[in-house]
Each structure stands twice: as C-alpha cells, then as structure tokens.
Design a protein around this ligand. Structure first.
Ligand code: 0A1
Ligand code: ZN
Length: 860
C-alpha cells in the first residue's frame, strides 16, 4: 500500500469543478457487525465504468481497512493508494466492464464524538451521514449524484435493529433490510438499541397501508403521540396538496439524545433530535409543539423533495432544503393561523438570515465554493431558499406553481438535479424567462428597496418610486438588479382599501408605479405578506405607521407597521435622539389591546417588542454604532412605559386569557396563552414578580412555568423557583436544557458571563451533549447585552468553550461560532476584543477544518 502525502491546508471545493462520477453503482450490500469499539463493516459495491477506463476513487475517513477484493479475488495492497481521506484503485487494475468491489473495515463508534457517521448515543448505535458522514462508515463514492440500491444486514445483540427501506427478515441477533429506491449514501441510516415504539398506520390515497413507528427509549413512549399525529397529517397533506404519496411499507422515526442538528430525512428511517419528537404538556412548551409539528413535516416532505429527487452536488443543497422548508411552511400555515405563521417565519428570517447576509459570512443561496460543506447548512440556504420559492409561486400564481411542481416530479424523479433543472421546469410550465430571477440564487446580500411617494392632488395621481440596491458581500462587489415581487394595496383616509392588493414586479434599479383616479392621498401598504426578502426603506412618519397599525387589511403589514413604529422609537431612545418613549407608539397599543381577543396569537406578536439584536442591526443599517447597554436600557424603558400606560387593560387580559380547561397545544389555546404571557411580561415590569410568582406556583404546563421563571429571573426573584425547578426536573434532559437556557437568556448583562461560568461548572452541565451545550452557549450569545458586554467577558468565555468543544465536535463548534458574525457592527473597543478572541481560536493547534473555515471567514 503506498501512502500518498496529504496536505494540511484544506482546499476549497468549487461548483465550477463539478465532474460526473465515472462509474455507475447499481447496488450495494452492507453487513454490520456492531460493537462499541470495533464495529466491522463489509461492503460489496456493484460498479461499472461509464465511459471507458478511469481511476476508482472512494472516500473513506477514520477507517481501518481489513481486506479488499475485486470480483472475489483479494487485491494486492500495492495496487491501491490510501490516504487519510481516500482510497484509489488505478484504472489499469480495473476490468473494462462491470465488477464488484468488496471491502471490510473496522470503525470505532465509541470514539466518534463528532457524531458524524456511526456513533453511540446513550448506549444506542445510530448514524448521521449527511453531508459526508458515510465515508466514516465504509469506502464509498460519498457524493449525492451516485445513487444505488442498498441491502443491509445488521448483526448485534441489541433488541431493535433498523435501517432504510422495508424489513426483509430477522432472527435472534440479526436483521435484514432492503431499500428498493436508489439513493445517495447521505440518506443511509442504521439504528440499533433498546427501544420501544409507538405504532400506528396510514392508508395512502391509493389504498396501501404503511406501518408507522416512532422509536424512543423505554419510558418515553407516552410522549410521542403529538409527533405521530403530526406525521399522519403531513402524509395526508402531501397527498392532497402536492399529489405525493409515500412509497415504502414502513416509516420509522427514531429519537436520539445526542444529535448535531434538528433531524434527518434518511429514507424510511428519519432520525430526530429527541427534543423534536418528545412532548408532554408538563415538559414541552407551545413553541416546542409547533416546532415538532413543522420538523416532522419537513423530514417527511423530504421523501419527495430530497430523496426521490436529490441534489447533483452539495452546491445544490437549496434545491432540497429551500423547497422542503417552503413546503413545511405551507403545511404549518394550513394547519394553524397563516398570518401568525408568516409573521413568525419572517421574524426568524430577519433574525438569522438577514443577519447572515449583512456580515462576513454572507453567501448566495447557491454558493460556489466551500471548504467544509457542513458549514453551509445555513439560514441563507434554508430560509432564504424558501423565500425564493415563495417569490416564484407569487410570480407564476398557484396554478402555475402546481404545474411546474408536477413537471419537476415527472421529469426528475430518481435523479440528482440542479437549480438549473428546477428553474427550467418553471420556464417550461409557465412560459417565463427566469434569467434575471436566477440572481436570487447566485448573488448574496439582502436588497434594500427604497420607496418614495408623490401625490398630485389635482390629477388625483399617486406615484410610488422604487429604487433597489444590494450592498457588496464577500467576493461579490457588484450586484445586478433583482426581480422583486411587491404586493401592495392603498388605503383611503378612513382606512378603506381604495386599491386592493396587486402585484407589482420590480425588475429595474429604479421603477415607478402610478395609481390614477384617487380622490384623496392614500396611505400605501407595501410588501404585503412580506412578498420578497428585502429591506423596505420608506420615507414615512410615525403617524402613517400608527395609521397602518390600526387599519391595514393585510395582517402581516398591520403587524409590520407596529413593529416599525416600535423599532423606530427604540432606535431613537437607544442613541439618545429621544428622551422619552414615543407617545404615538404608546397610544397605538390602546386599540390593539381593546381588540386583542379577536386574534390573541396575533395580538401577542404585536405586543412583542423588537429584540436587542434587531435594534442593533437597524442602528447599524442606518449608519449608527449600536451600543448594546443602551439598547438594553431603552428596551426595558419602553416596555415599562407601555405597561404603565396600559396596566389596566393588560391586567384584565391577563385574567381573561387564563385557560382552565385541559392543556391543548392547538393554535387556539396556544394563542391565548401567548397573549396572556405577553401581558405578564409587561406587567412584570410593574408588579415586581408578584404575578410570575403566583403563576409559577400554579402552572400546569411547561409554557407557563418557563415564562414565569423568565419573569422571576428578570426581577431577581428566581432563586427559590430555580432550585425547585432543578429538583423537580433533575432526570429530564430536555427540561434541564430549558433550565440552563432560560437563565442565560435572562441573566442581567453585567453578570451574564459570570452566570455562564457558574452554570458551566455545575455537574448537570454535560457539555458533550449538543443540546446542553447549545442551551448554555446559545443562551449566552442570544443575551445581546451580556454577550457583547464592553468588558469582553462574554466573548472570552464563549471562545474558551469553542476551543474546548472543537476537539470534541467540530460541527457544533463551527455552527456556534456564528455568534461572532456581527462583530464588525460594534464600536472599536468591542471589535478589538472580538477580533482577539477569533484570532485566538484561529491560532489553536489542531483546529478542525470546520471551525478553521468559519473563523477565517469571520476574520476576512
Ligand atoms: N437534512 C436535514 C438536516 C441535516 C443536515 C446536516 C446534518 O448533519 C450535518 C444533519 C441534519 C434537514 O434538513 O432536516
Ligand atoms: Zn431539510
């Protein structure tokens, strides 16, 4: 065996370098002999050269090669080249036609702390293969455009042995599975453990019965009912909305405690982070239930958008992720309140994706280069990818969209496709040229859409002039004009709609829309439903915003007007441009509260003030340097002023929204709770924790307990409640994650880093568990004024832990490093402190490729 040198400097992979794999791989047969330290994996690959002779290159990392045979004959080790990343067989050593390659390797699941490939979680074997985890299991062309049929045999004394596809046979200590659908290796999965199942079934539109099972640790089986219900609703929805039926006899879901991400769509065997499966009223919040519903749907929908049609290469990740997020958002909108869901989705988009697009990590929805693909499972690929599809649907209309999707499924089923393929089905089905639209995929950055109004009273003519501009992003100095679908309506002075919603397609850098025949100057409601992921800049007054907040017929824009009103007031307060909270804003909450019961969930969203990071971003966008301490103070001050002005109405609502019936996670009751707890959050600023104390004592569900706890922390009255909570939930990992998180989120900024250090020293801080680590560290980074404290203590603590975690789990570390992505927006002192910490991380010996790439981009 010759050992080729390997370079320490990781080379980027480029979209432009894509070449098809020179072999077909029809079939693969895998045998696993599971053991925690020495698992043996035998693989038999049925290969054939596509167009003449070529070297056979297989990926493989952390594998110990035991044997290798070509067409049944052991290979002389001298014929192959083995590096720590690849195994190569020269073309000269290969037959001209089809052949089989058999390998046996040994791997060490117990030592696999990166949680990529085959690993152990709480004594159970499980896998995570997306994006490039399969190469940690066996030598294989680990790329999504190589699709094969898999047969799997598992040998283990674990009672439950699962893999993809349908069960074939099983006996004592073994089980065999066959997946009839060709798939790339990233969709492979295996689970072996002591598990119990909640079972059910689903009858598909064509009358086939599918056996459903959700597998969990013994004791957790009574917390799976909601996930099962969400799964069945998802299956029915995909049939009725997209005409997509499930295609295997079984569908298995497994909940695992240690998981890097939310969940994974492995064919017929979805693997979930336990927090996205397990729920009971006592242990999960309304938000948890909502997330479970949407992630169960997301992973299920991948069966068609991702699995039946997959991605040609990882640059096309948004092909499956943007589309599947869009589909899960549609599902949630249908199952719950569409307006409320849209607002929540946009809040998340702005908080994560706009932030990414505005900083050093900005990249296109379809990137063109990466060092580590795991670093590109981002808000841009997922959430902006979904927005782009929402725009397409708006532009071609619901019927055109359905035609295009039908064509997509027809034309590309069983293939590994590209964004070009995706756009082509829209062009063909809807007879449209999408050349300019494609920029949404290829250019990074959030366009700013500036609007000015002109009213010609004599002519009764109202003109809106739009100009668009997208700032430079890393590697992309110049941007072209985007196609921006702008949904808008005009309101008359009494709030009546004088121009119903209409779609304007902006395609030019500067473009106007003219409305004639008006008898009075209208108030425009622009970008209804958030019809494009842009930053809308309007030259308008607080009075016009208050008018829209009271009268807009589009619920999204009504909420948006209130949000803008509050953000503008907060910006002025935070930079000392106003000395008191804006009276116009405070007055605007009066009608909202009077009308709150009509749609409690909506009112709750309107009562939620913009977060500190949002205010910081807005200040930065307006050319100011944000001061985190001032922002924190301004927000507290405004909340208190609102509470004082509306104490009576808030207190009355707090009582009226109380639900005495049994807990239900449905949108209706959850909305009433959300409104009640929003009132509590404001009243807490006045009653010094009195209501929160009472609620904590009587709360019958986790939603209320946790809100009460947050309020108590903010009023410094939490010691008893925190201790009680800790005692009660000591054995519940998912609940203890919340205990860590809530303390970090609500810690006083001056004490946040100390508090983090205190919590990190507790025996319950099992930092190797990704959820626990994320609770503490994610809580700290979301505590804006605490993380960005002028002392640098937040940055230092955070960097210390990133360095420690990197040696254990690079993926989690790299992902968490994004806490630093906003560092260039702060003052010179904070910038220097943050930069120093990033440099310290970059200089760490043996730093992973994952974190190395992230830190380099953050510092570029
Ligand atoms: N495809 C999954 C998300 C996922 C991605 C990468 C992972 O490991 C690096 C794990 C899961 C989804 O979209 O749900
Ligand atoms: Zn996904």
């Amino acid at each position: 065996m010759s050992d080729a040198p390997h370079s320490d400097v990781p080379q980027p992979t480029l979209l432009a370098d894509y070449r098809p794999y020179p072999f077909t791989l029809d079939h693969v047969s895998l045998t696993f002999r599971l053991a925690p330290k020495g698992t043996r994996v035998c693989a038999k690959l049925s290969l054939a050269p596509k167009d003449g002779p070529a070297d056979l290159v297989l990926d493989g990392e952390d594998l110990r090669l035991i044997s290798i045979a070509l067409d049944g004959t052991a290979l002389d080790p001298a014929t192959l080249t083995l590096t720590d990343r690849q195994l190569t067989l020269p073309a000269a050593a290969l037959p001209a036609g089809p052949f089989t390659l058999e390998t046996e390797v040994e791997i060490d699941p117990e030592a696999n702390t990166a949680l990529e490939g085959l690993y152990l979680s709480g004594g159970m074997f499980c896998t995570q293969c997306e994006a490039e985890g399969f190469r940690h299991i066996t030598y294989y062309p680990d790329r999504p455009d190589v699709m094969a049929r898999f047969d799997v045999r598992i040998e283990s004394d674990m009672p439950v042995l699962l893999s993809n596809g349908n069960p074939v046979a099983q006996g004592a200590g073994w089980a065999e599975w066959r997946d009839p659908w060709p798939k790339p290796a990233y969709l492979f999965a295996l689970v072996a453990g002591n598990l119990v199942a909640l079972r059910d079934d689903f009858i598909t539109a064509s009358g086939r019965t599918v056996d459903l099972a959700i597998w969990v640790r013994p004791g957790d089986e009574d917390r799976c009912a909601y996930a099962m219900d969400a799964l069945k609703r998802s299956m029915a929805w995909d049939e009725s909305t997209y005409g997509r039926e499930y295609d295997l006899d079984v569908f298995n879901i497994v909940a695992v405690d240690d998981f890097n991400m939310g969940a994974m769509e492995n064919k017929g065997l979805n693997i979930f982070n336990a927090k996205l499966v397990l729920a009971s009223p006592e242990t999960a919040t309304d938000t948890d239930y909502e997330r479970i519903e949407s992630v169960i749907a997301h992973e299920y929908f991948h069966n068609w958008t991702g699995n039946r049609i997959t991605c040609r290469d990882w640059f096309q990740l948004c092909l499956k992720e943007g589309l599947t997020v869009f589909r899960d958002q549609q599902f949630s909108a249908d199952e719950r309140s569409a307006a409320v869901r849209r607002i929540e989705d946009v809040l998340a988009l702005r908080a994560r994706q706009f932030r990414e697009d505005a900083g050093p990590l900005a990249h296109p929805v379809r990137p063109e280069s990466y060092v580590e693909i795991n670093n590109f499972y981002t808000a841009t690929v997922y959430e902006k990818g979904a927005e782009v599809i929402g725009m397409l649907r708006r532009l071609v209309g619901p019927e055109g969209y359905r035609r295009a999707l039908d064509l997509y499924f027809d034309r590309h089923d069983g293939q590994a496709a590209t964004i070009e393929d995706w756009l082509k089905v829209f062009e063909d089905a809807c007879d449209r040229d999408l050349t300019q639209f494609k920029r949404w995929y290829t250019e990074a950055g959030t366009p700013r859409l500036h609007v000015t109004e002109d009213w010609d009273a004599e002519a009764g003519r109202f003109t809106l002039e739009f100009t668009q501009e997208t700032a430079a992003t890393p590697g992309q100095p110049v941007k072209g004009a985007r196609v921006i679908p702008v949904e808008l309506g005009l309101l008359g002075p009494n709030g009546d709609e004088v121009q119903p919603s209409t779609l304007i397609e902006i395609t030019e850098p500067r473009q106007s829309a003219v409305f004639e025949g008006l008898s009075a100057r209208p108030v425009p409601s622009i970008l209804r439903g958030f019809s494009a992921p842009v930053i809308l800049e309007r030259e308008t007054t607080q009075a016009a915003r208050a008018f829209l907040f009271a009268h807009d017929t589009d619920p999204f824009n009504r909420w948006e007007a209130g949000r803008n009103l509050a953000r503008t007031a907060l910006m002025a307060l935070a930079r000392g441009a106003a000395t008191a909270p804006d009276p116009e804003l405070i007055a605007a909450y009066g009608p909202l509260l009077r009308d709150a019961e009509t749609d409690p969930a909506f009112a709750a969203l309107c009562l939620r003030l913009p977060g500190e990071d949002e205010i910081a971003a807005a200040l930065h966008g307006a050319g100011h340097t944000p001061d985190p301490a001032e922002i924190h103070a301004a927000r507290a001050r405004l909340a208190r002023a609102i509470a004082q002005a509306h104490e009576e109405a808030l207190a009355a609502l707090y009582i009226r929204m109380k639900d005495d019936g049994p807990y239900s996670p449905d949108a209706g009751p959850a909305g009433r709770r959300a409104l009640r707890l929003a009132c509590l959050g404001l009243l807490n600023r006045l009653d010094n924790g009195a209501r929160a104390q009472a609620l904590f004592a009587e709360a019958g569900n986790m939603t209320e307990s946790l809100s009460a706890l947050a309020c108590l922390i903010e009023t410094n009255k939490a010691a008893g409640a925190l201790a009680e909570f800790r005692d009660r939930w000591a054995g519940e990992r998912l609940v203890m994650d919340k205990w860590f998180l809530v303390q970090m989120l609500h810690a006083a900024p001056d004490r946040a880093a100390q508090e983090a250090a205190h919590l990190a020293a507790l025996p319950e801080f099992d930092w190797k568990n990704p959820n626990r680590f994320r609770s503490l560290m994610g809580g700290l980074s979301a505590n804006h004024a605490g993380f960005h404290h002028a002392s640098g203590a937040g940055y230092r603590f955070y960097a210390d832990w990133l360095i420690r975690m990197d040696a254990m789990n690079p993926q989690i570390t790299a992902r968490m490093s994004t806490a630093f992505e906003t560092w260039p927006r702060y003052d010179a002192g904070r910038q220097a402190l943050a930069r120093a910490e990033l440099q310290r991380i970059a200089a760490t010996e043996g730093l992973s490729r994952d974190t190395g790439e992230m830190v380099a981009r953050l510092l570029a």
